[in-house]
Design a protein around this ligand. Structure first.
Ligand SMILES: [Zn+2]
Length: 69
């Protein structure tokens, strides 16, 4: 099976059958999307160490933004 590295957390993940590819999970996908939307993608090292609370914030923010636009 081909594997890809998640661009967010660098974890190796199956490529086929993964609906969140190239990410390992929905969480990584949402975080990445949220950061692009915020335009603060220049802090990858720091954002990789976010706490669960901060992650929830980012996900909530990106959802809020989607529903507004
Ligand atoms: Zn990941």
């Amino acid at each position: 099976m081909p594997k890809v590295k998640c661009p967010r957390c660098r974890k190796e993940t199956e490529y086929s059958g993964n609906e969140f590819r190239p990410f390992c999970s929905e969480r990584c996908k949402l975080i990445d999307f949220g950061e692009w939307a915020d335009g603060n993608y220049r802090l990858p090292a720091q954002s990789a160490n976010l706490s669960d609370e901060e992650l929830e914030e980012i996900i909530k923010e990106s959802e809020k933004r989607e529903s507004v636009e």
